[in-house]
Design a protein. Structure first.
Length: 219
């Protein structure tokens, strides 16, 4: 049996947690943003940022001058969290209200990407995640832009996923109360693209027309 570090075992609802890589990857690949938490001189910091997973690592990017990035480069311990909310769970008593969710917690340390091929590829991976199909459509990235940006990778070796799904767990004595209970589904989706002034006269490109759940029209 694989040894699970104590800090990866939750103190509440541990049965909802697992360490299966495919389950972890599924959440990471759907989520667009994560929150990176770290400490400097015993002061806590927590920064949201976009990220992308490739194999068993996630990658983030930031300006070479960013205080946040410079601190992470030092290799200190970080905790990275991601949450997808799927529904509000409405019970017959406020105490039993909860949320259906999928979340990942990662304990790791930053690895600065020095290999230019991997660094350049990490920009493509993130761009394709945020706007699928756009990398080859866009103006190619300049070498100066790559040099001005730091790419950091974080191993997923110490990661866990926790989930809740289903209906409310109403107390037995509450089941016959004439109070509605159930779920209110939540959805995050891409809406129709809105052009900038510089893009208003240009037809919407193919990769934006094909976005899941998009309802865009061309201009």
């Amino acid at each position: 049996m694989t040894h699970i570090p104590p800090h990866l075992i939750p103190s509440r609802a541990a049965k909802r947690t697992n360490y299966d890589h495919e389950s972890i990857y599924a959440v990471l690949d759907e989520a667009l943003f994560c929150t990176v938490s770290y400490s400097v001189n015993n002061r806590p910091y927590s920064i949201p940022t976009s990220f992308v997973r490739y194999d068993n690592k996630i990658y983030i990017h930031g300006s070479v001058g960013s205080h946040f990035i410079k601190e992470l480069e030092k290799g200190g311990d970080v905790c990275i969290t991601i949450m997808l909310a799927d529904a509000l769970v409405v019970a017959k008593a406020a105490f039993s209200h909860t949320v259906n969710y999928r979340s990942v917690v990662i304990f790791s340390r930053a690895e600065k990407i020095e290999d230019m091929d991997i660094k350049r590829a990490s920009f493509e991976w993130l761009t394709e995640k945020i706007v699928p199909g756009s990398w080859n459509y866009l103006r190619p990235m300049k070498e100066s832009e790559i040099r001005k940006t730091t790419a950091l990778a974080f191993s997923l070796e110490q990661a866990s996923v926790k989930m809740r799904s289903g209906m409310p767990n109403d107390e037995k004595e509450d089941l016959e109360l004439p109070i509605w209970s159930g779920i209110i589904p939540l959805e995050t989706k891409r809406l129709a693209p809105v052009p900038s002034d510089a893009g208003s006269h240009i037809l919407l490109p193919e990769h934006l027309l094909g976005l899941p759940l998009a309802s865009a029209t061309t201009n």
